[in-house]
Design a protein around this ligand. Structure first.
Ligand code: ADP
Length: 304
């Protein structure tokens, strides 16, 4: 049985990936030789659809094991000793919320039992977690009657039951409306504290305000791992803006990565990443994180 308070934990948890590779049974290599060291704080795992984020997240959550390389949790190889990580883990998978007939409280009590929380602590911990995610007054609502955003908060509450030091959330904002997404992001920021939170997403704004570091995946390879500021620095002098006509849009898109476009009375205002001015009237602009992400994907493609 797990006790909620575990004083034997090391103070600064760390997750280390050493040449981690995953090849599916059909031969497709979805993750290729990833080296990564992660420390507490929010880590945004960013990448386009198909980049390998879910494949990597499932390995971090010990649901699958790398086909080559190794993952360590506080120095312990998790393929050999998955329990070392599992007892510290809170996981919110992409697919969640099948228990539509249960209330939030019933579901959390059930999950507390599944996770092996000591019975004498479980009821109080469920109430604490409901409070942490701001759902104390909705505890008796059925999951089936809740909005997507509320269900995701219940998902976070279940991930927090064992007071995890490692929290893994896989594309948590999919299907949420903008207001719910913002609320969910704020919740994760509040909860991160001394925890290591790995959050995967293909939406830059999900991690823009909260991530201490960004790990960028493209085609199964790690392209970058550092602070958002460093990613932005890499895009300095490579982001351009100018106004063009709808007729030219296709041509521009075929040559350059467009990070934003906006219709205006005088044409279409484009933001593009390129190593030199893509048009005579293009001006260099200060990169945003979105531009920096698009730029990193562009550089990854060039070097592939
Ligand atoms: P992401 O989460 O970034 O969208 P995934 O990890 O789901 O990416 O997928 C990475 C790559 O692995 C994709 O090319 C995908 O088609 C492939 N893939 C995913 N699941 C399987 C599977 N069960 N068998 C073979 N290939 C898979």
């Amino acid at each position: 049985m797990l006790d909620v308070i575990d004083n034997t934990r090391s103070c600064t948890p760390w997750l280390s990936l050493d040449a981690v590779t995953f090849r599916y049974a059909n031969g497709h290599e979805a993750i290729s030789g990833i080296d990564l060291n992660l420390r507490p704080g929010i880590v945004g795992l960013l990448g386009p659809n198909g980049a390998g984020k879910s494949t990597l997240m499932r390995m971090l959550a010990t649901l699958t094991v790398p086909t080559a390389g190794s993952i360590g949790w506080n120095g312990v190889d998790i393929a050999a000793r998955p329990d070392a990580l599992r007892r510290d883990l809170g996981y919110l998978p992409q697919e969640f919320g099948v228990y539509t007939a249960l209330s939030a409280r019933e579901f959390l009590r059930y999950m507390a039992a599944v996770k092996g929380l000591q019975h004498k602590h479980a009821a109080a911990r469920v109430e604490e977690c409901l409070h942490l995610v701001g759902l104390s007054d909705r505890a008796n609502d059925r999951l089936g009657s809740m909005s997507g955003g509320m269900r995701q908060r219940v998902g976070i509450a279940q991930a927090l039951l064992n007071d995890p030091t490692l929290v893994i959330v896989d594309e948590p904002t999919v299907g949420l409306d903008p207001e719910e997404r913002m609320r969910f992001r704020n919740l994760l920021t509040d909860l991160a504290g001394e925890r290591l939170v790995v959050l995967s997403t293909h939406i830059v704004s999900d991690v823009e305000a909260s991530a201490a570091t960004l790990a960028l995946l493209a085609k199964g390879r790690l392209q970058f791992h550092d602070t958002p500021e460093v990613l932005i620095q890499r895009a300095q002098g490579r982001v351009w803006e100018w106004t063009t006509t709808a007729a030219h849009l296709g041509e521009v898109r075929s040559r350059h990565r467009v990070s934003a476009s906006q219709r205006r009375p005088d044409g279409i205002r484009l933001r593009v990443v390129a190593d030199r001015a893509p048009s005579a009237d293009a001006e260099a602009v200060v990169p945003t994180l979105e531009d920096a992400y698009v730029n990193a994907l562009d550089l990854a493609e060039v070097s592939a």
